[in-house]
Design a protein around this ligand. Sequence first.
Ligand code: DX5
Ligand code: ZN
Length: 216
Amino acid sequence: MNILSPSMLSADFTRLREEILAVEQAGAKYLHVDVMDGKFVPSISFGMPVIASIRKASQIIFDVHLMIEEPIRYIEEFVKAGADIITVHLEACSDVKETLDKIHACGIKAGLTIKPNTPAESLRPYLDQVEMILLMSVEPGFGGQKYIESSTEKIRQVRAMIEESGRDIDLEVDGGINLENVDTVLQAGANVIVAGSAVFGEETGKKAALFMEKLA
Ligand code: DX5
Ligand code: ZN
């Protein structure tokens, strides 16, 4: 099944509840929640209090993308705040296995992600420990960047690795996805689509609905 995971980073924060309800009503099953620490990535976004507060507004699945150094330090707190899936960066963990174990020990799904310059092969040792792989198709840190074209081949490569593993692992792609290139991303093998600037801001519900048609 294809899933839309709109990235809240591009939402109008003065109307966060409406923005979330708009994507939910359009059929998005996930809300992509980008957490940045100003260290693993240059920017800082938002943290636990914001997540805990929007948790009360919606039942949508919170797909939390942690762009933070040593995320193991904060897993429990993000689960308490309302995360349903937590994805960590391979590059940010001194012990990837232990971090994924920690997420599972908290009773939620674990995802693993890599930056554009990290080879797909580096994911292979962890395939039996994740429910989702997230491929970054831009350098993490900011919304509104351009999709890196070489990501398409990487998606194919990771989809093949997943097939080979025989496990039911979602393949999510994040960064620069819009209504023009989403077909390419899906055809290459992605089944969870993140879109921030192409969905949120103005006419959020309408834009989310157009994505949903592409994902059908
Ligand atoms: C970038 C974030 C993305 C970003 C996507 O660091 O991980 O989720 O918000 O935004 P767009 O779709 O605008 O590239
Ligand atoms: Zn993200």
